[in-house]
Design a protein around this ligand. Structure first.
Ligand SMILES: [Zn+2]
Length: 71
């Protein structure tokens, strides 16, 4: 799983209650691994339709779309 535009494997989510709050994560074997700065108790749950943003380019879309680009 990687960004369909740039191939990056680092992404972030936005807090549904606060668009300026972001939660960075990487994908390891298709699983979400939040960064060390992320409080695992307060981060939002990642669902198949969670809006996901690439850390390196302008790509964003549903988490599911990343799975579709798996190779
Ligand atoms: Zn990208």
């Amino acid at each position: 799983m990687k960004c369909p535009l740039c191939g990056c494997k680092t992404f972030y989510l936005k807090d549904p209650d606060d668009e300026y709050e972001t939660y960075e994560f990487e994908l390891h074997d298709g699983k979400v691994a939040f960064g060390p700065d992320v409080d695992s108790e307060s981060c939002p749950e990642v669902c198949h339709d969670t809006e996901t943003y690439c850390d390196k380019c302008s790509w964003h879309g549903a988490f599911d779309e990343l799975a579709d680009n798996s190779d």
